[in-house]
Ligand binder design. Structure first.
Ligand code: MN
Length: 319
């Protein structure tokens, strides 16, 4: 296994010398950032560190089964820790703390950035960024292995959760041989695969089903082959669903035959969020998202712009 990162030894030293460590998942946390954070929590606790995990938003309900989930706090960080780990955040704004705590990103603090997004610009004082790796939890798995840190069954469950969610249960194009190899090793270490598949993939709340129903009812395919749908604030209000329940629906929209790529535009608090997916080899949705100031992976990306959605009716003259 290749894991050559110039900062690796420094990170090992930093961990060993630190007493108080803060872990920061990205905002609107998903299975990968949560799995990465809770796995890191477990390993650092095992090394007798005082560890906090602080996120701008709570974990979605389906992750309640994860070990250590009770230690994920919603709030604001303080800047008196010995070390900071920012996990799975492809850009500083995704932490939600770039405006309130710019010091985290001026390289004056002991900040470690561990990530796998194309958009990552190495904002940490120390960085382990693997842009071709399927999940942040795989990067962390490889780091633990390389440094000889122990992976118990709780850590393994958290790490496998990130692989599971970021590969769309082993269905997205990032599902490499490495994904299966690491997943298999985590299973061997006791990862609770049954809970992951049951709690995350085979449990759907009624509010989620109603929200997805609305998304699907509004699907359109443009003449350019873009499969598109929209979600307005009213859809959340009427169904009682929250934004995190959008996770996964864009993949459904993407399964329209012949689609070049899919987009869902979501209204959320005065902003419009775009989620893009493609199954086409030649389409790079990260590039499209970057035209709107966003980013992500070549097959899955997103952006956020201020504004709201307005329906535009187009007329055209036909013979
Ligand atoms: Mn990720």
């Amino acid at each position: 296994m290749d894991f050559n990162h110039p900062d690796l030894q420094k990170i090992d030293n930093l961990i060993k010398q630190s007493k108080r460590i803060l872990i920061i998942p990205h905002k609107s946390p998903d299975g990968d950032t949560i799995g990465a954070s809770l796995a890191m929590y477990q390993v650092l606790r095992g090394m007798d560190k005082d560890v906090d995990v602080i996120c701008t938003d709570p974990a979605p309900e389906e992750f309640t089964f994860l070990p250590n989930i009770e230690f994920l706090q919603v709030g604001e960080p303080t800047l008196d820790y010995d070390a900071y780990f920012i996990l799975d955040a492809g850009a500083i704004y995704l932490t939600g703390f770039h405006e309130s705590h710019p010091k985290l990103f001026d390289k004056s603090l002991e900040v470690v950035n561990i990530d796998h997004h194309q958009s990552n610009d190495y904002y940490g004082k120390y960085n382990i960024v693997e842009k071709e790796t399927a999940s942040a939890t795989i990067v962390i798995y490889k780091m633990f292995m390389e440094l000889g840190y122990p992976i118990d069954r709780y850590t393994a469950t958290c790490l496998l959760t990130g692989i599971y969610t970021d590969t769309g249960s082993f269905m997205h194009s990032n599902t490499s041989s490495e994904v299966f190899r690491v997943a298999s090793r985590l299973m061997a270490k006791g990862a609770n695969f049954r809970s992951i598949s049951k709690e995350i993939f085979n449990t759907t709340k009624i509010s989620t089903m109603r929200l997805w129903g609305r998304v699907m009812r509004k699907i359109n395919k443009t003449p350019e082959g873009i499969a598109m749908s929209v979600v307005k604030q009213k859809d959340f209000d009427d169904t009682g669903a929250d934004y995190s329940e959008m996770t996964g629906v864009v993949d459904y929209i993407n399964s329209v035959p012949g689609a070049q790529y899919s987009v869902i535009l979501t209204e959320k608090g005065g902003k419009v969020k775009g989620s893009l997916r493609t199954l086409k080899e030649e389409v790079d949705v990260a590039k499209i998202a970057s035209d709107f100031g966003g980013g992500g992976h070549t097959k899955a990306a997103g952006f956020t712009i201020p504004g709201k959605l307005q329906k535009e009716v187009r007329w055209k003259v036909v013979e």
